[in-house]
Design a protein around this ligand. Structure first.
Ligand code: A3P
Length: 287
């Protein structure tokens, strides 16, 4: 598996995300009104929210999440495999899929649909740290020579899926729409129950107290880390080197404090101010 990147419309992508796939997802993919999509910048808690939505759909029962790989339960529309699955599969009930695409590359048909999007935001400092570690295992991402090189690339936005700031700023204006729900990784950590309620309400699903308890239990960090259908352990060596770590690495907020120097943190805060200051800061509930 090559860790080289390619550019599509000015955005870097790992080479396995082909131009053809990116064009098909933007121009040809037909979003249905009943679709539910998890959209994130990578390393923001995508797998966690997919697991939660999967469990809500199965009323807390973990048979589905324990038997079907996460990338088949909620395929990535920008990938070959995702497009194949979504074109073939007559899914029971609303389709459920995921994407890391910036808004300008997202399927055009979404903007005329009533499909529901859940967009997850995470403190970009923790996103960067999580990505830095993930590139050591994931073979389609370049591994940085050092943390400071990873920091430079992240802050310059010369990373796959583009700049965190552009991605987030691109999607945030949709937050006034009733078919668009924003969650933050930090609030999921602080109040998972409240967020499961929020997601159920957004999806129009009613669960019993007992079912909600099962969703919470089966989407915990430890349950997911032990679940081969989402911990990447069943992926072939071609894609991942699980000897270098685990995709479910720490699952905490604030790990950036163990990685950033004071100077890096200050530079990052300055950049955050420059790019995000005029936005409602309640959207960014982290320290
Ligand atoms: P860390 O690397 O900081 O541990 P994504 O799914 O977007 O790739 O994000 C991966 C990050 O989400 C990883 O962060 C991973 O540990 C974290 N994560 C996944 N499932 C989680 C859970 N149930 N609880 C808390 N964090 C979780």
């Amino acid at each position: 598996m090559s860790s080289e990147y390619t550019k599509f419309e000015g955005i870097l992508f790992p080479k396995c995300f082909t131009m053809k796939n990116l064009k098909v997802s933007r121009d040809e993919f037909v979003v249905k009104d009943t679709d539910v999509v998890v959209v994130t910048y990578p390393k923001s808690g995508t797998h966690w929210v997919i697991e939660i939505v999967s469990l809500i759909r199965s009323k807390g029962d973990n048979t589905w999440v324990q038997s079907i790989p996460i990338w088949n339960r909620s395929p990535w529309i920008e990938t070959d495999q995702g497009q194949l699955l979504l074109s073939k599969k007559e899914q029971n009930g609303p389709r459920f899929y995921s994407s890391h695409l910036p808004i300008q590359l997202f399927p055009k048909s979404y903007f005329h649909s009533k499909a529901k999007i859940i967009y997850v935001i995470r403190n970009p400092k923790d996103v960067m740290v999580s990505f830095y570690h993930f590139t050591k295992l994931c073979k389609f991402y370049e591994t940085a020579e050092s943390f400071s090189q990873a920091f430079e690339k992240f802050t310059q936005g010369t990373v796959p899926f583009g700049s965190w700031f552009d991605h987030t700023r691109g999607w945030l204006p949709l937050r006034e729409k009733e078919n668009f729900l924003i969650l933050t990784y930090e609030e999921l950590l602080q109040d998972l129950r409240g967020n499961v309620d929020k997601i159920c309400h957004f999806l129009g699903t009613t669960l019993t107290e007992e079912e909600i308890n099962l969703v919470i239990k089966n989407s915990s960090f430890s349950a997911m880390k032990a679940n081969n259908m989402c911990n990447h352990s069943i992926l072939s060596d071609e894609w991942i080197d699980n000897s270098q770590g685990n995709m479910l690495r720490k699952g905490i907020a604030g790990d950036w404090k163990n990685h950033f120097t004071v100077a890096q943190s200050e530079a990052f805060d300055k950049l955050f101010q420059e790019r995000m200051a005029e936005l409602d800061q309640r959207l960014f509930p982290w320290e």
